[in-house]
Design a protein around this ligand. Structure first.
Ligand code: PSU
Ligand code: MN
Length: 306
């Protein structure tokens, strides 16, 4: 563990020292994933959900070149005020740039995994992971290679079908990442509960999920584990509605010639506009639900390892 370069919120440091459950949360969804004010409301609601389950939240971001593990509310507000123009979306590639040149960074799934691992945090909750982009099979998110090399458990809603989901699963297989369905036999597709694609194994309790994580640790294997959780039923979109918006948003991204790390934020914002408030509601509901389940898995893990 390398904690020299990290600034811990005191309650996060205390929880880690005492072996209490801690859940990492990402910051790209705050600056680049959700519009204002849903972004700040959701960030705070995810932290609250983690607390309600008896764990400590640690939202991760880089401010003025300093890596923070756990943010004060005022720091989350600062990220929101700075916004996507002043805060760099930080994957593995970007972390040395932002730290070295003392900038601000919002961590993606990959970026958050790296810092969570440095901090000794084992479980991380988010919305959707990056993957292989539809029609662009060489645009493969750095999230997938990070999952292959960093032993952090990522609890997510699967991946949006802005991605090529079968190809994304192929890359995860190559990277050696177990894809676990939490209460499901199929890969969730973010806005909808099922993509129709099989996952590697279904678990139905936090304890079963924790047993997979513990085995990975005992064997000193270094890959991440992906726990996929379907969006709560009451907030699910119909697959026709989600698909129509995603197809149109992907077309607009191609037409506008968007590329590199701007693709995902561009498509996310177009999808939210095209589907209106309902997709935002689904998005928020699944983020909070994932935070809750991540906290339960983190708690189960502390019981297993004691
Ligand atoms: N997918 C979502 N919401 C998000 C992201 C992805 O449904 O907010 C963010 C996450 O931070 C993820 C990143 O790690 O986008 C992936 O970006 P890219 O495809 O450029 O790797
Ligand atoms: Mn990409």
């Amino acid at each position: 563990m390398n904690t020299n370069n990290l600034i811990f919120l005191p309650e996060v440091a205390a929880a880690l020292a005492e072996g209490q459950p801690v859940v990492a949360l990402e910051s790209t969804l705050i600056t680049h994933g959700l519009p204002y004010p849903a972004n700040i409301e959701t960030a705070l609601a995810m932290e609250q959900a983690v607390r309600e389950e008896g764990a400590i939240p640690a939202t991760i971001a880089i401010l003025d070149g300093k890596i923070h593990v756990g943010l004060e509310k005022s720091m989350i507000e600062r990220l929101v005020e700075l916004g996507a123009d002043s805060v760099r979306k930080c994957s593995r590639r970007d972390i040395p740039i932002v730290v070295g040149l003392k900038g601000h960074g919002a961590t993606t799934v990959a970026g958050t995994m790296i810092i969570a691992h440095m901090a000794g945090i084992k479980v991380f909750a988010t919305g959707g992971i990056g993957g292989v982009h539809r029609g662009h099979p060489f645009d493969i998110s750095a999230d997938l290679s990070e999952l292959g090399r960093t032993p952090v458990t990522v609890v997510c809603g699967g991946a949006k079908s802005i991605l090529d989901l079968p190809l994304t699963l192929e890359v995860l297989e190559t990277q050696g990442v177990p894809v676990v369905g939490y209460g499901t036999d199929n890969l969730p597709a973010f806005f909808t509960r099922s993509s129709g694609l099989p996952i590697d194994i279904r678990v139905d309790t936090p304890r079963e999920a924790a047993a997979v994580v513990q085995a990975r640790d005992q064997l000193a294997l270094q890959q991440g584990i992906l726990i996929t959780v379907p969006v709560p039923e009451t907030d699910e979109l119909s697959s026709e509605e989600a698909e129509a918006a995603i197809t149109e948003a992907t077309r607009q991204a191609d037409e506008a010639g968007v590329h590199g790390k701007d693709v995902t934020p561009f498509i996310l914002s177009r999808v939210l506009e095209l589907t209106g408030g309902r997709s935002r509601q689904a998005n928020i509901a699944l983020l909070i639900n994932n935070a809750r389940i991540a906290a339960r898995i983190a708690a189960a893990l502390t019981h297993l390892t004691q």
